[in-house]
Design a protein around this ligand. Sequence first.
Ligand SMILES: O=C1CCCN[C@@H]1CCCn1cnc2ccccc2c1=O
Length: 510
Amino acid sequence: REGLEVRKSDDFSMWYNQLVQKAELIEFYDISGCYILRPASYRIWEAIQSYFDKEIKKLGVENAYFPIFVSASRLNQEKDHVAGFAPEVAWVTKSGDSPLEEPIAVRPTSETVMYPSFAKWIRSHRDLPLKINQWNNVVRWEFKHPTPFLRSREFLWQEGHTAFATKEEADCEVLQILELYRSVYEDLLAVPVIKGKKSDKEKFAGGLYTTTVEAFIPHNGRAIQAATSHCLGQNFANMFDITFEDENRFRKKVYQNSWGLTTRSIGVMIMVHSDDKGLVLPPKVAPIQVVVVPIRIRVNQEEINHLLDQECETYTLQLERRGIRVKLDCRNDKTPGWKFHHWELRGVCLRVEVGVKEMHSNELVIVRRDTGERTVVSKNDLCERITQLLDTMQEEMLLRARNIRDHCISVAYNWNDFMTAIDSKQMVLAPWCTETRCEEEVKRQSMEYSASRGYDSVEEQTNLTGAVKTLCLPFEEELNRWNISPLSAGSLCFACHSSAKAWTLWGRSY
Ligand SMILES: O=C1CCCN[C@@H]1CCCn1cnc2ccccc2c1=O
C-alpha cells in the first residue's frame, strides 16, 4: 500500500522512518547510518543551498573546495579538543592489499584541512578578512542510533571558515550568520528556532563561544540543535600560527569564526510539519507546489473528458509561466482519489481539482495540504489565488508551529517543577548558575529520574536518552518575546540554589 501504515501519535519513530521512504525522500542502504538522498530530498537541499549561498555571497564569502582526507599529524594538531571526538573519526588504512604508510582520516570537519593554508595565505592585514565556505560532505562514525537526516555517519553541510583582524569583526559575523540560520529555518522551512548561546559544557571545545539556533519536535518533546555559529577567538591562530602584520607593522594573531548547517534541517522540517497523510512541505522548498487533477466523468464521455484534459493543460501552462512548480496528473489509469492520496503523501502544497461542472460554471476547487481547506475560485483568478494561497500557507505553517512550540516552554524555579515539565514533553526555562559541574549533576539526576520512571522502555527503539541538558542561554530578544523579565538580584539556581547568573533553556534532545 502506498500510504502510511502508522500514525504520528502512535509510533513517532516508525511513522518518520516509514514516511521518508514512502514519500520517496530516502532509500535505505546496507551500511548502517548511511542513507540515499533521492531526488525529492536533494531538491529540498538545493533550495536551502541556493538561499543560504546567495546570502553569504552578499557578505563577501567565497566558496572553495578542500580535500576530504586529513593526515593523522594534521588532525592531531588540535588534539586537545579532537580528543573528545576521536572515536568518531573514520580512517583509511590501506589501498587495495597494501597498507598505507600513515593512516589517513576522512574529514569530520575541515579546520585542520583548511587552517594550514590560511596561515600561508594570510600575511598582511590587507589579506583580511578571509571568508571561505565549502559545500561538502563529512564523515563522523557515530554510535548513537542513526536517523535519516537527523543523525547519519555521512552528511552534507556547508562549513564556513572566516578570519578577521579584530575580535569585534568576528563577534559581528557570528551573529550575522546566526541570523541567516534563523532565516533558513523560519523563512524557508517554516520551522521556529530559538537563538542563544551554548553553555561551557555544550559549546565547541576548540572555540571561544558557540551561538546556536535550537529547534523543537513537539511530538516527542525533544529539542534539536539546528545550526551553530562559533567564535573561535585566537585558539586556532595559536595552533596553526595564523598571523598578520597590522598597519603599524606589528605581528598579530587573527580572530576566527566557523559555522555550519547540515541536511539535518530537512529532517527537522519533516518532523515538525508532516502528518498521518504524509509530507507537508512549506511552499518555498516544495519540489512540486501545485498538482492539477481532472475529475473526469466515469461513463464513456470521451469528448468531454478530452476537453477537460485540454483545460487542465491550459491551467498548468499558465501556472508554469508564473514560475509555480506545477504538475499535471491526467493519468487515465488512476482515479482522482488515488491521485489525491499520492500527492498528499509527497507533500504537494495545493491541489487544483478541475471538474466537468467547471466547464460550465468556470469554477475550480483549490485544496490546501496543510489545512485541507477547499477554496472555490473562478478560472480567471487561478494564478492570482494560487500565488496568494502559497504565501498564506508558508506564513501560517510557521505561525502554527511557533504557537505550538511556545506552548511547550515552561518556566521552573525548582527541581520538582523542572522535571515535571520535562516529563510532560516541555522545554524548561530556569534561572541557572551556569556552572558546568551543576549541568553535569542535572544530567545525572535527570538520567536517574528517567530510569526510575521506566523512561527508557519508551525510547528503546531510538535509544534517545532521558537525560536533560542545556539547549542554550536564550538571547535577550527571545526572553523579551516571551515576556520573561531579567533575573532579579538574589535569584537562585533551580538545581543547586547557588546564585543564578542567567535564564537557561533546558530539554531532552537528539
Ligand atoms: O560545528 C562546526 C561548524 C562547521 C565547522 N566546524 C565546527 C566545529 C566542529 C566540531 N567538531 C565536531 N565533530 C568532530 C568529530 C571528529 C573530530 C573533530 C570534530 C569537531 O571538531
